[in-house]
Design a binder for this molecule. Sequence first.
Ligand SMILES: [Zn+2]
Length: 423
Amino acid sequence: MDALVLRGQIVYAPFPKKLTVRPDAYLVAEGGRVADVYDALPEAYAGVRVEDWGDCLIVPGFNDLHVHAPQFPNRGLGMDKELLPWLNAYTFPEEAKFRDEAYARRVYGRFVRELWRVGTTRAAVFATVHAPAARILAELMGEAGLGGFVGKVNMDRNGPDDLIETTGASLAETERFVEGFAEGRVRPILTPRFAPSCTEALMRGLGGMAARRDLPVQSHLSENEGEIAWVRELHPWARDYASVYDAFGLFGQTKTVMAHCVHVTDDEIALMLRRGVYVAHCPFSNLNLASGIAPVRRFLDEGLNVGLGSDVSGGHRLSMTDVMASAVECSKMRWKYVDGRAPLTTAEVLYLATKGGGSFFGRVGSFEPGYAMDCLVVDDARLSDETPRSPEERLERFIYLGDDREIRARYVDGALLSEPRGG
Ligand SMILES: [Zn+2]
């Protein structure tokens, strides 16, 4: 039988409200999918070798719902700027370098190894406009055993000459990029950078492609007030920012994730709910670029799909535990200074980083039966003290104080991932 049995202190978040904790339990997978979690190993698995991780925590792998791989070299730079000046000063000049495939392979190799290191098992990733480089990124993620979506970025206006495509070439290249994918756990995603970078003709073309090929979509929405005013100027006919994407079939007509959503209106939230559009909440980025504090508690209360994104390099760290801690901190500032809605809890941020964002990739991010067997083994002995701590407390401390030194093993679809060679 193709079964995998891990024993340890099992913690996961099938719901936002409460952690499920199963001490000294057996997490069993068959064919890469979770069979169940058991207190005693059922007779049917009697012959299967148990990987006994003792007192280690076993948690679902982390899902990064929004990250820009080509901005990896810019981490921690330009953090004194807002969105639009930051794009021009740092991001666009770096992204132009990905015309060079050898450069792309080196940077993307390091990016993929870092994803592995910090325990991100699936990610929704922006590449650049360059399709060959985006293909290299998808290959490297696939070879590393990681899952997710990779998008060749589209932009045909309002950018530097060396990144702007013609509308026709942007669509044709994207079509070729999508067709070039082999079957696997890394899949293509349509990636209009954001409305200001894309003409209406380009967005219409991409919306058509999404519908024709049933492709998912990722982009940015209402990150910054200057950006929102610009969108209003560019599309005076539109009721709001979300309606621009919606008019062209890029807002939940197929599976869609929008990063940020810091300043969304009531109408936009209602439309996101109707269409099942995901929010990728990126707290580091929202702080660094002084964009604002997204109303995540409201998103959860309203029943929106929400996950977390590192948004490297608007965000300075790729580690989802750091992003989780920042999400709690941001929610406290919003509670205190903006809307009085309760801050996020440890259970809620674990949910957002696992099942909340994971559901964008399928049945991912939980240990319920049928879910992908994506998990991390966390040895937090370095963080311990003189007092015995519950698994909930240990998880919280791992989120706040832990890093890759605590991660002893990473599994995706039941396969143990070895350290990627790249970079
Ligand atoms: Zn972004």
